[in-house]
Design a protein around this ligand. Structure first.
Ligand code: DX5
Ligand code: ZN
Length: 217
């Protein structure tokens, strides 16, 4: 059932003192993507890293990188992140005053546009953008911190978004609290991509065995 699911590793759960090594480890573990969480201390109550740190790690891997922009008005940084090696640029619907314009800017910068929604935002609020995005990212925790527990109720949005995207290649990703123990329910709900930080990086047997366990579900 889970052979084809994409697995995206959040570097938020990495040991930052060895970030380069950790990125190589993620690649060797069989993950399909690097998930890069950008927080501005305004849209969310936490701050992480920006385009310069991304540039220093994107050269180390052939994996695609999704920049998850938990940032107010993220369109301001699209060109910078494209130059730093982001392949997908996922913005929050709640953080953009002109979401359609922001998605256009992202595509013009040469990245795949994505829309993320908080647990309290309904899927219906973003369905009209289906034709101009490559990814919907359903937040299964409140954005801002790794290591939280998945909010099961958020998973019902996946089916709504998949149905809206029927007929075109549209990736629905789930982010927050995803781990080996609940991966089957996230996949059953229809997710194409599982994004996981602590669930992979802190898995007792290591990230490679977590990836293997998910793929053998
Ligand atoms: C939370 C971030 C997530 C986070 C997930 O705001 O968007 O990507 O890294 O971490 P885990 O998998 O530990 O919940
Ligand atoms: Zn994220």
């Amino acid at each position: 059932m889970a052979q084809n699911v994409r697995i995206s590793a959040s570097v938020l759960a990495a040991d930052f003192s060895r970030l380069g090594e950790q990125v190589r480890m993620i690649e060797d573990s069989g993950c399909d993507e690097i998930h890069y969480d950008v927080m501005d201390g305004h849209f969310v109550p936490n701050i992480t890293f920006g385009a310069d740190v991304l540039a220093s790690i994107s050269n180390l891997t052939d994996l695609p990188v999704d920049a998850h922009m938990m940032v107010t008005e993220p369109g301001r940084f699209a060109a910078q992140f494209a130059a730093a090696g982001a392949t997908t640029y996922t913005v929050h619907a709640e953080a953009c005053s002109d979401l359609a314009g922001t998605l256009t800017d992202i595509a013009e910068a040469g990245m795949r546009p994505g829309i993320s929604i908080n647990p309290s935002t309904e899927a219906e609020a973003v369905i009209r953008f289906t034709s101009i995005v490559d990814r919907f990212l359903v937040m299964s925790v409140e954005p801002g911190f790794g290591g939280q527990s998945l909010i099961t109720e958020t998973l019902s949005k996946i089916g709504v978004l998949k149905a809206a995207g029927r007929g075109r290649e549209l990736d629905v990703a789930v982010d927050g609290g995803v781990k080996v123990e609940n991966a089957a329910s996230v996949i059953e709900a229809g997710a194409d991509t599982l994004i996981s930080g602590t669930g992979l990086m802190r898995y007792p047997g290591g990230a490679a065995s977590a990836v293997q366990a998910i793929r053998s579900l």
